[in-house]
Design a binder for this molecule. Structure first.
Ligand code: SF4
Length: 282
C-alpha cells in the first residue's frame, strides 16, 4: 500500500448529519455504496445528507480487482427494500437520490425488477425528488434495460470503470463491449434519458487508452462523465500504478469537454456520484 500524495486529503467522518445518516441507515437495515466500497467522500456526502443507496443486498456475484464490496453467494432478496429506500429518501428530504446495486448474475433479470420497484416507490413518496440509477451491465439483457427505462429515472449511469485494454484483467467477469452497448441502447430506447458513465485512472492505462475510452463513450452517446483516481482499498486489491495530479485531472476534463460531454467531474477524489445533482440543470 502506497502513501497518498498530499493533494489526496480524505476527510474523517463526524458531525450531526453524518451520525444521523448512519443511524437512519442502520434502523432501515439499508446499505450504501459509500460504506461498502469505502468511498473517500463519505464524510462530505453523509455530512450534507447525501448517500448512494445500495440495493439487492451487499454481496456481489462478481469480483472486480479494485472493488471493496463483499463478493460471494448473495442473500435472498429483501422484498421490503424498495419501500424502505423510499422512506429513507423521504426522511432525509433528498432532492436527488442515487440508487445502485451489487451485480446479481444469479437473478434472471439481474435485479431489474427491484430497481423498477425502488424507483416507483421513491417517486410515490417523494414527488420532487430526481432519481439517478447506477446500473450493472445485466449481462447485456435488453429486457432488463427496458424495465429500468420504463420506471423513468432522470439519469441512467453505467460505469465503464477502466479502459478497454485493462478490462479483462481488472473486471474478469465483465465485458467492455457489453458495457458500451448498454449505454448506447439507453438512448436508442429513449433518447430523452440522460446518460452517464465514469472510469478510474491509476491502474496502468496510457493516455491514448484514456482518450480512446472517452471517444467510445461519446460514440455511445453518453452525456455526463466522471473521472477519478483509483485508490487501493486493501492489500488484497490491485496496486495503484500512478497518482494523477489535480492538473492532469483538469487536462482530462478539458479533453472530455472538447469531445462533447455535457458535464464532466474530474479530480483525484471524484467518484461516480460525486456532486451528482449538478447535472440537473443541463
Ligand atoms: S460488479 Fe460492481 S460491486 Fe461487483 S465487484 Fe465489480 S465493481 Fe464491485
Amino acid at each position: 500500500m502506497r502513501r497518498h500524495p498530499n493533494w489526496l486529503k480524505i476527510k474523517i467522518g463526524g458531525g450531526e448529519s453524518y451520525v444521523r445518516m448512519k443511524s437512519l441507515l442502520r434502523n432501515g437495515k439499508l446499505h450504501t455504496i459509500c460504506e461498502e466500497a469505502k468511498c473517500p467522500n463519505i464524510a462530505e456526502c453523509f455530512g450534507s445528507g447525501t448517500a448512494v443507496f445500495l440495493i439487492l443486498g451487499d454481496i456481489c456475484t462478481r469480483n472486480c480487482r479494485y472493488c471493496y464490496v463483499k463478493h460471494g453467494k448473495p442473500t435472498p432478496l429483501n422484498l421490503d427494500e424498495p419501500g424502505d429506500v423510499a422512506e429513507s429518501v423521504k426522511k432525509l428530504g433528498l432532492k436527488y437520490a442515487v440508487i445502485t446495486s451489487v451485480t446479481r448474475d444469479d437473478l434472471d433479470d439481474g435485479g431489474a425488477n427491484v430497481f423498477y420497484e425502488t424507483i416507483r416507490e421513491i417517486k410515490k413518496l417523494n414527488k420532487n425528488c430526481n432519481i439517478e440509477v447506477l446500473i450493472p451491465d445485466f449481462k447485456g439483457k435488453i429486457e432488463s434495460l427496458k424495465k429500468i427505462i420504463d420506471a423513468n429515472p432522470d439519469v441512467i449511469n453505467h460505469n465503464i470503470e477502466v479502459v478497454k485494454e485493462l478490462f479483462q484483467e481488472i473486471r474478469p467477469q465483465g465485458n467492455y463491449e457489453i458495457s458500451l452497448r448498454i449505454l448506447k441502447d439507453i438512448k436508442k430506447i429513449n433518447k430523452d434519458v440522460k446518460t452517464k458513465s465514469g472510469f478510474m485512472v491509476g491502474l496502468g492505462e496510457s493516455k491514448e487508452q484514456i482518450l480512446n475510452t472517452m471517444k467510445d463513450l461519446r460514440r455511445a452517446n453518453v452525456d455526463f462523465l466522471t473521472i477519478g483516481q483509483y485508490l487501493q482499498p486493501s492489500r488484497n486489491h490491485v496496486v495503484i500504478s500512478k497518482y494523477y495530479t489535480p492538473e492532469e485531472f483538469d487536462q482530462l476534463k478539458k479533453i472530455a469537454l472538447d469531445l462533447g460531454f455535457k458535464h464532466v467531474e474530474s479530480g483525484p477524489l471524484v467518484r461516480s456520484s460525486y456532486h451528482a445533482e449538478k447535472v440537473l440543470c443541463l
